[in-house]
Design a protein. Structure first.
Length: 72
């Protein structure tokens, strides 16, 4: 099923970015490079960031499933 709202599209794009960061961290580890600091994801959708930081049900997400992410 496709996205029902623009915020859902933005949230899924941000989730994809988190997956990419985790993949990069694994690649660095495989190369013997230790990355001790938390990786940062910069994103320009304040609503998507608020939804990711607030695990409670949000009015704008009631019609969709929100992927569970641990950010940080």
């Amino acid at each position: 099923m496709g996205a029902r709202s623009s915020v859902e599209v933005k949230f899924k794009a941000m989730a994809h970015g988190v997956c990419e960061l985790l993949w990069i961290k694994i690649i660095l580890s495989d190369l013997g490079i230790k990355w001790e600091e938390p990786m940062k994801l910069y994103y320009d959708s304040k609503l998507a960031i608020n939804i990711a930081n607030n695990p409670m049900q949000h009015d704008r997400t009631r019609h969709k499933e929100v992927d569970n992410l641990k950010m940080g």
